[in-house]
Design a protein around this ligand. Structure first.
Ligand SMILES: [Ca+2]
Length: 370
């Protein structure tokens, strides 16, 4: 009997128990064929210009100074990462300077290229280009602003291919005839508000009513952006407020355990054993087992540890105290895509995935905003 079969039998057994599910999280996790790679979700920083020189970029033209730009020369510029950024506005030649910076070649092995961009809006004249062979396959400009703003390209069609980037300034326009670029990252996730402009909004359906859809829209618009003070709870507070939902209620069961609406279920684990308790509001309409978890529901965490297999050991993901919003639920209700802020030191909104079968310690409470 294969491991997949034993997992299925375990699930059938679990689902046959009325009102509760017992899961041996570690052994179930071990049985999984799929292995997670902790580093796969990490960004690769391709260029941030923080070294103080142009590193592997090949420069031509008269727009370049000895070192990448900084606040010393450009005190009015905002939105860049760290202390330095690429800029084709020359301190003495100004807008009239032109030039090009060509990156080293790289292989695209992540679906998104995220970057900060600012300066003039001159398509194909002052721009950042992604070049395959001799063909420009993606291009971006500033939005006529001295602020660098987050943007992204979906490069899924080019995965596995070699490419390079080029920063082009081919305009002498006196009206912001320059381009600024910084913080170029290869990533599993897209960052920035451009996501909203490029993506169709999901339809409002009975499963996605307007209130929860408004919560989700708030989060989608802010991926890669810090909401308020960057705390996890602030993301939820502001998302609920934007949707006109009832604000956070009195803590339960202990002080600091935030309550975000009607309780759907509690999933509690100790030493790898997890127990699901479904509330009346969380029962499925068709009477089937498990909790009726929906996109837009909010998760509250206490002393939580997820463990998933990584090589010969486990990769653990811990949440001593945390809040997150559910973005998507897998068909079997076991895997949740979430929006969260302030996990792993990232004080901006990111998209992550939780596998409830990997809950090994602590509890999760899932609430439905009202
Ligand atoms: Ca920088």
């Amino acid at each position: 009997m294969g491991e997949g079969k034993s997992l299925m039998n375990r699930r059938e057994f679990l689902h046959s128990m009325s009102g509760s599910i017992l899961v041996t999280a570690m052994s179930v996790a071990q049985a999984r064929a799929q292995s997670h790679n902790a580093s796969a979700s990490e960004d690769i920083v391709f260029a941030d210009f923080e070294s103080g020189n142009y590193d592997d970029w090949t420069l031509t033209g008269d727009c370049w100074t000895n070192t990448p730009a900084s606040a010393f020369r450009f005190p009015k510029v905002t939105g860049y990462q760290g202390k330095r950024f690429l800029c084709t506005f020359h301190p003495t030649l100004g807008n009239a300077a032109t030039g090009k910076a060509v990156s080293k070649e790289f292989t695209m092995d992540k679906p998104f290229i995220n970057f900060l961009i600012g300066g003039g809006n001159y398509p194909h004249k002052a721009c950042l280009n992604l070049v395959l062979g001799a063909e420009v396959v993606r291009t971006a400009t500033g939005s006529n602003s001295t602020e660098l703003r987050q943007a992204w390209w979906d490069v899924t069609p080019f995965l596995g291919k070699k490419a390079h980037l080029e920063v082009v300034d081919d305009t002498t326009s006196q009206d912001r005839g320059y381009i600024m670029v910084d913080d170029i990252r290869f990533s599993q996730f897209k960052r920035g508000k451009q996501a909203l402009e490029n993506e169709p909004e999901p339809a409002v359906t009975p499963e996605r009513p307007p209130l929860r859809e408004a919560v989700l829209r708030f989060c989608r618009q802010r991926v890669g952006v810090q909401v308020g003070d960057g705390e996890c709870g602030t993301l939820v507070i502001q998302a609920l407020a934007s949707a006109g939902a009832r604000p956070r209620q009195a803590d339960f069961p202990e002080s600091g355990d935030y309550v975000w609406g009607v309780l759907i279920c509690t999933l509690e684990a100790a030493n790898g054993m997890a127990h699901l308790k479904v509330s009346k509001a969380g029962k499925k309409e068709d009477g089937s087992k498990g909790a009726d978890i929906r996109p837009g529901d909010v998760i509250q965490f206490r002393d939580v540890e997820f463990r998933h297999p990584s090589g010969i050991g486990f990769f653990t993901r811990t949440y001593p105290h945390h809040s997150a919003i559910i973005r998507e639920v897998s068909e079997d209700g076991q895997v949740l895509d979430i929006f969260e802020q302030n996990y792993g030191g990232k004080r901006y909104v990111v998209e992550s995935t939780l596998d409830l079968e990997e809950l090994a310690q602590g509890w999760l409470r899932i609430y439905r905003p009202q």
